[in-house]
Design a protein around this ligand. Structure first.
Ligand SMILES: *Cc1c(COP(=O)(O)O)cnc(C)c1O
Length: 463
């Protein structure tokens, strides 16, 4: 699954330590289109641009660190997902990957639906004008207040995650004279990883209601009895950053099996099945994600085949990509502050951000690429670790990468594929001010989430 240590080649034989790196690319100035947003280019002088705007100018105007999001790419990815599934299925963007008012408007314009999993995400969605019926509400411990707001707003569905919640949502809806459309989230006993899936023992986690032991069947039994809710389907989400469709196949088969049991026991054919999100993207040149139309084709085929076998009408499918839509559309721009060569080990390159704007490397050993973007360099490749400015030795952005050996303070570096789970997981550690998100399109750049300021931090500090 992971990249193994490769000898870096004769040119770079000076004893590199063990690590998850491959030999450097032939030309470090080349930008692999797999990991960069669609409109990213490098010009003759070596300056990289996005949406027609050079990063050197963007850094002057907006400062660093900052996230730059390619709006045209975001919209194109929304359309690719919507077109791939056509009118036969629904695409819900998972808001937790990255949500802002602008994002909500783009989703609305491009015909996508939206998953939220907190009151905060719900209020952003509604404030920016997403019609409530196009919103799905998730979460394993929604508060009573959140459920009330979702029901009163008229969200299209609430995804129920526990026996308590079945009763809670039914009660809240009934009190208000409503019948809330719901799905039940089940755990199918499959946990999918990047390049593999494991089909045992993964009921041991907090989400959903297990199919095993008849738990999910019991949840359906209870839900069908309650007037305040209308059970419209079964939901399953098996993991994240998945490339292999095998996990989805097992998941779909097990969910369809539940639908057949429900039909046999209750004479009801539930009309919807949601297969969740989790589709992988390229963080490095090693990753090979599938195109939405391949994913749509194989998911639709799997569900159709399983339903035919079970003599069920094929339910309406929905999917919930988050990362696969927003992840590749943004990069984080940093300025190099210090360069510290450690003899026989590697060189540490410190930038002006870190784990406060991208926690993924520290949190789960995520792999990223990095490039020098403010100029061209034909210097030899040098093994580096790109680190932040926080008071933690685990404050690593890119664990192992090659940069030109003449990298120096003042250079701009960009880490691609940071659109998902970076700004949305950003923190104020060390009282860092969270970076802005700047949308760039057709030569125009505009801030969609502004940079946090020290006044913002002090405003919360009321002691
Ligand atoms: C996180 C999540 C998603 C989105 O996952 P991605 O890996 O971003 O595609 C979709 N559905 C549910 C229920 C989730 O929890």
């Amino acid at each position: 699954m992971s990249r193994s240590a490769h000898p870096a080649g004769p040119r770079h034989a000076d004893v590199y330590p063990e690590g998850h790196y491959t030999a450097p690319a032939d030309d470090l100035n080349a930008l692999d289109e797999k990991v960069w947003a669609r409109t990213v280019r490098r010009n003759e002088e070596g300056v990289v641009s996005v949406g027609g705007r050079e990063v050197t100018r963007l850094a002057e105007e907006f400062g660093t660190p900052a996230y730059f999001l390619d709006e045209a790419d975001f919209r194109a990815r929304c359309r690719a997902w919507a077109d791939a599934f056509g009118t036969e299925a629904d695409v819900f963007y998972a808001g937790k990957a990255f949500l802002s008012r602008a994002v909500v408007r783009w989703l609305k314009e491009e015909g996508l639906n939206l998953d939220v999993c907190s009151g905060g995400e719900l209020s952003t969605a509604l404030d920016a004008g997403m019609p409530a019926e196009r919103i799905a509400f998730h979460g394993n411990n929604k508060s009573t207040e959140e459920i009330v707001r979702a029901v009163e707003a008229g969200v299209g569905r609430i995804v129920l995650d526990s026996f308590q919640e079945i009763v809670r949502v039914a009660h809240i809806a009934q009190e208000r004279g409503r019948r809330q459309r719901v799905q039940i989230r089940v755990t199918v006993g499959v946990e999918a990883h990047t390049h593999e899936f494991i089909a045992t023992a993964h009921e041991d986690q907090k989400f959903g209601i297990a199919l095993a032991g008849g738990q999910a069947a019991e949840a359906v039994r209870r839900a069908l009895k309650l007037d305040g809710i209308e059970l419209i389907g079964i939901h399953s989400h098996i993991g994240s950053q998945i490339f292999d469709m095998a996990g989805f196949e097992v998941s779909a088969r097990r969910v369809v099996q539940l639908l057949a049991e429900v039909r046999d026991e209750h004479g009801v054919e539930l009309p919807e099945i949601d297969l969740g999100g989790g589709l992988g993207i390229a963080y490095t040149s090693e990753d090979d994600p599938r195109e939405p139309h391949h994913i749509a084709k194989s998911l639709t085929e799997i569900v159709t085949r399983e339903c035919e076998a079970a003599k069920l009408r094929t339910p309406r499918i929905s999917v919930e990509p988050g990362r696969a839509i927003v992840g590749p559309t943004a990069f984080t721009l940093y300025e190099v502050g210090t360069v510290k060569p450690l003899e026989g080990l590697r060189t540490y390159v410190s930038v002006d951000g870190g784990m406060s704007d991208n926690i993924r490397t520290a949190l789960y050993d995520a792999e990223y690429s990095v490039a020098l973007v403010s100029r061209r360099s034909d210097a030899e490749p040098m093994l580096v670790r790109v680190v932040g400015k926080h008071c933690e030795s685990g404050d690593i952005l890119v664990r192992d990468a090659f940069l030109p050996a003449d990298i120096a303070p003042g250079d701009l570096l960009a880490v691609p594929a940071t659109g998902a789970y970076c700004r949305s997981m950003a923190s104020n550690y060390n009282h860092a001010c969270r970076p802005p998100v700047v949308a760039v399109k057709d030569g125009a750049a505009r801030v969609i989430v502004r940079r946090e300021t020290e006044e913002d931090l002090l405003r919360l500090d009321v002691g």
